[in-house]
Design a protein around this ligand. Structure first.
Ligand code: ADP
Length: 261
């Protein structure tokens, strides 16, 4: 618990700092990028100069992406909650991924037909799913399987005890699995640390999973990572089912409608 608290405080302070800087940087980068693009369109530069300018634009795009990650991580983005069916969010994300992830990766969806709804920001949920899926793709350079799965679960006291920070009652369990190169224990213990990355400079920001963690926590959920070197990785996200759908948990009908008894 001590460790969880420390983790939360660390995330909070890095988040506030990063959010402030990212917000200003986002505006500056957009101004620079826009003007540079106009310049390349309006002026007849020679080939060498054009090449150099394209390198600058590409670097700016990377900077913009990093800043977007920082904004997401600090959740300086607008948040609006609504009734969300996570199956729909997964379908949306898988359509996007079909165009962006390598062909050698096959995508599978195993979605519960009667999945409970959650109160969530659909954009943030999709961002979280995209982050997990992109990491999964990075872990399968030679191809493999990317699996999204949803199910309804009822978490009891013993689960909550074994998983500090998790709640009890009706939850939606959302799993994202890959058959990639996995992680050793040292990596696994740091995956949610801000700025921790094993990827080469320019490729990894170390903000993907902290963002996912922050989003899940902000939604009252719980996230767990399981991984085995050379076999693959699974992220499990538990999100509480919306209040009005939680009636199933109560056992006796008298409790649901006492006035009818
Ligand atoms: P980044 O992707 O920018 O490195 P993340 O916070 O998303 O930042 O991930 C942190 C690190 O966790 C990655 O660099 C990688 O070492 C590890 N990781 C995350 N997801 C996976 C995965 N599906 N398989 C193997 N390693 C992973």
């Amino acid at each position: 618990l001590q460790n969880q608290l420390f983790q939360a405080q660390k995330m909070e302070s890095v988040g506030v700092l990063a959010g402030g800087i990212a917000h200003d940087f986002n505006n500056l980068i957009q101004v620079m990028r826009g003007n540079l693009e106009l310049l390349t369109m309006e002026t007849n530069f020679d080939v060498r100069t054009m090449k150099r300018l394209h390198v600058v634009v590409a670097a700016m795009d990377r900077a913009a992406k990093l800043v977007q990650q920082l904004l997401l991580f600090s959740r300086k983005v607008e948040s609006s909650r609504m009734k969300v069916n996570l199956n729909q969010a997964i379908r949306e994300v898988s359509r996007l991924l079909e165009r962006t992830i390598p062909r050698m990766i096959s995508m599978e969806l195993h979605l519960a037909s009667d999945l409970g709804s959650v109160s969530a920001d659909p954009v943030q949920m999709e961002q979280a799913l995209l982050n997990l899926a992109n990491n999964a793709a990075d872990a399968m350079p030679e191809g493999g399987r990317l699996i999204f799965e949803t199910e309804n679960v009822l978490l009891d006291e013993s689960f909550a005890k074994a998983h500090p920070g998790a709640g009890t009652g009706s939850h939606v369990l959302l799993s994202v699995s890959d058959t990639g190169f996995g992680m050793d224990t040292a990596t696994l213990t740091q995956v949610f640390d801000p700025f921790f990355t094993t990827k080469e400079t320019g490729k990894g920001t170390g903000l993907g999973l902290p963002s996912v963690y922050g989003i899940v926590k902000a939604h009252g959920g719980h996230i767990q990572c399981y991984s085995e070197p050379d076999h693959g990785t699974t992220f499990r996200i538990y999100l509480p089912v919306m209040e009005q759908e939680r009636v199933q948990e109560r056992e006796t009908p008298e409790e649901i409608c006492p006035e009818n008894g």
